[in-house]
Design a binder for this molecule. Structure first.
Ligand code: DGL
Length: 250
């Protein structure tokens, strides 16, 4: 079984890590569009073309399924891609549903890229789930830049998060949603900045569980895999750089 995982850059590696945890024997092909990252601050139509190019690259790799390990790309193109390709395509969206269901009497803060938060898909999700107006949203695009540049210095990240989150009375919030796959690299920094009662959640586990169920339905789940991991990128970065990100999530 061969699974393609795609992101604008290194964020999807946080999804690859979860996928390896639940299906270690699958062969994974990871593609990072590092030539064009970030997506989240660009024009929708431009980004859509990048996504089509990436999907076409992946389709040639004989994959059994494709995970769009990017909330931004999913909101822009998942529907179109499902119309083009026959293999299952698994998308991602900010984990607003579990956040709203488990919020107690507190509010929910969704963090993501600007484009994800602007898109119709996100607004539809909020319309469906936020009838009591308890969900707020905050773009944190700079975290994408930090992750791409391998900046994991606590001081820099904590300063940025402190600045961004200082606009909110965090005592009112019960959950922060990490709605961009680059953000889980910084989960520990979020924890240092927010009060202890706040849960920090992402959609990664939900996505890989959904992927596993779909593959089981298609009966490819037990097909032979060697547990290989192959990395490609549109930029100049070599395999070793992408692997380093997987290593820091060990
Ligand atoms: N990792 C992507 C996401 O989940 C977006 C990062 C970017 O702006 O390229 O939304």
């Amino acid at each position: 079984m061969r699974i393609g995982i795609f992101d604008s850059g290194v964020g999807g590696i946080t999804v690859l890590r979860e996928a390896i945890n639940i299906l270690p024997d699958a062969d994974y092909i990871y593609y990072a569009d590092t030539e064009n990252v970030p997506y989240g601050t660009k024009e929708k139509e431009v980004v859509k073309q990048y996504i089509f190019n990436a999907a076409s690259f992946m389709a040639k790799k004989n994959i059994d399924a494709l995970v769009i390990a990017c909330n931004t790309a999913t909101s822009i193109a998942v529907r179109d891609l499902r119309g083009i390709y026959d293999f299952p395509i698994i998308g991602m969206e900010p984990a607003v549903k579990p956040a709203v269901e488990n919020r107690g009497n507190k509010k929910v803060l969704v963090t993501a890229t600007e484009l994800t938060l602007k898109e119709e898909k996100f607004h539809n999700l909020i319309d469906k789930l936020d009838s009591r107006d308890i969900v707020d949203s905050l773009p944190l695009s700079k975290l994408v830049e930090y992750a791409e540049n391998f900046i994991f210095d606590n001081e820099i990240i904590i300063k940025y998060l402190d600045e961004q989150l200082s606009k909110y009375d965090l005592e009112e919030y019960g959950t922060i949603v990490l709605g961009c796959t680059h953000f889980p690299f910084y989960r520990e920094c979020f924890k240092k900045v927010v009060p202890n009662h706040i849960d920090i959640i992402d959609g990664n586990i939900g996505t890989v569980n959904h992927m596993r169920n779909l593959l089981a339905e298609k009966e490819v789940i037990n097909s032979y895999g060697k547990g290989s991991r192959t990395f490609y990128s549109s930029g100049k970065e070599d395999k070793e750089r992408l692997k380093r990100y997987l290593d820091i999530l060990e």
